[in-house]
Write a protein that binds this ligand. Structure first.
Ligand code: PHE
Length: 342
């Protein structure tokens, strides 16, 4: 092969390689392969030793020219790769100042808290003090002082979590009644919100942990009419003037007489819907006149004072208030559900 052909081969080969390589490191390798000590062009230059003195200058010129061209081809590709690299870096480092920032994730009040807040502010508006008690409670306050001695059959109805023989997870907020009667002098008007516990099933309307709001009023001439009037006022204030309460006779050892109270369904305003199973009413609380036995056990003279008490199921009210059909939603902490209450 003559020099010119060999140069052409080297150049063609180089062109192909330059086209297919993609980074500077590869380009350096190619440069070595052609122009390095053991490079193809260098080898060609060395082969000139075998030429005749007449041929040598012409071949020398050709090779030098070829080397210059090859050098330029490689340099051009180098400039090209460097420009691409810079471009890439700029693209990666660019900050789009117009891009909307991610909003900080702010917590929202839980619907149960919202409903509780509403009920408590209505009750404090009616002159009730807010009082809290312990969730881990002595049997004495949770049962004994509420006229539920150890062998009382009504204890079974409460599915109690026992810590030991004398300590329970409170099954209702009523022990706060007993604690308050023992520590304050009448007149007493308190609202006691809190968590309560029962070994219950978990389903759309039951949970082993739920909330109650206890109300207790002790004064001289308190009557069942006052109880009815207080509850009517409370619920009209909360949910509108068309909302009414309906008393059904019931039994609690700590109240006599006792009643269960239904509320006009606040979803359908009494017309009948899925929330109230078509009845127009929803059961929301138990109540009654404080049993004189309880007053006496708690150090209040039952000849001088009477009282009424009620225990509202907060989850019921919350579900009604927001049209929530499954109680489990209130405990699962699913953000998609909770965010709706922003
Ligand atoms: N403590 C009762 C319950 O949990 C409710 C109640 C409270 C009833 C106050 C009467 C008076 O079912």
């Amino acid at each position: 092969m003559d020099i010119k052909t060999q140069l052409d081969v080297i150049r063609e080969e180089l062109e192909k390689e330059l086209a297919s390589l993609t980074d500077i490191r590869q380009l350096e390798e190619v440069r070595q392969k052609v122009l390095g000590k053991k490079g193809t062009l260098t080898a060609l230059l060395r082969s000139m030793g075998s030429l005749s003195p007449e041929e040598r200058p012409i071949a020398g010129q050709m090779i030098n020219k070829g080397r210059e061209e090859i050098g330029q081809m490689i340099d051009a590709r180098m400039a090209d790769l460097k420009a691409k690299e810079r471009e890439e870096k700029l693209r990666k480092d660019t900050i789009d100042v117009t891009e909307p920032r991610e909003l900080p994730r702010v917590g929202v009040p839980h619907p149960t808290s919202l409903a509780l807040e509403e009920v408590l502010s209505a009750l404090t508006g009616l002159g009730f003090d807010v009082v809290e008690g312990p969730e881990v409670e002595l049997d004495h306050y949770n049962f004994e002082l509420l006229n539920l001695p150890k062998d009382h059959p009504a204890r079974d109805a409460q599915d109690t979590f026992y810590v030991d023989d004398n300590i329970v997870l409170r099954t209702h907020t009523s022990p706060v009644q007993a604690r308050t009667m023992l520590s304050r002098k009448p007149p007493i008007r308190i609202a006691c919100p809190g968590r309560v516990f029962r070994a219950d099933e978990v389903d759309a309307t039951h949970s082993p942990v739920f909330h109650q709001i206890e109300g207790l009023v002790i004064d001289k001439d308190v009557t069942m009419g006052d109880l009815k009037g207080t509850l009517d006022t409370l619920f009209k204030k909360l949910y509108g003037d068309d909302i009414e309460t309906r008393f059904r006779p019931s039994f609690f050892p700590f109240t006599e007489p006792s009643a269960e109270v239904d509320l006009t369904c606040i979803t359908c305003r009494g017309k009948g819907c899925r929330m109230c199973k078509g009845t127009g009413w929803i059961e929301v609380l138990g109540c009654g006149m404080v049993n004189p036995k309880v007053l006496e056990m708690c150090g209040i003279d039952s000849n001088e004072y009477r009282g009424f008490a009620f225990g509202i199921g907060l989850e019921r009210i919350t579900m009604l208030r927001y049209g929530i059909k499954d109680m489990r939603l209130l405990y699962e902490g699913d953000e998609r559900f909770l965010r709706q209450f922003r």
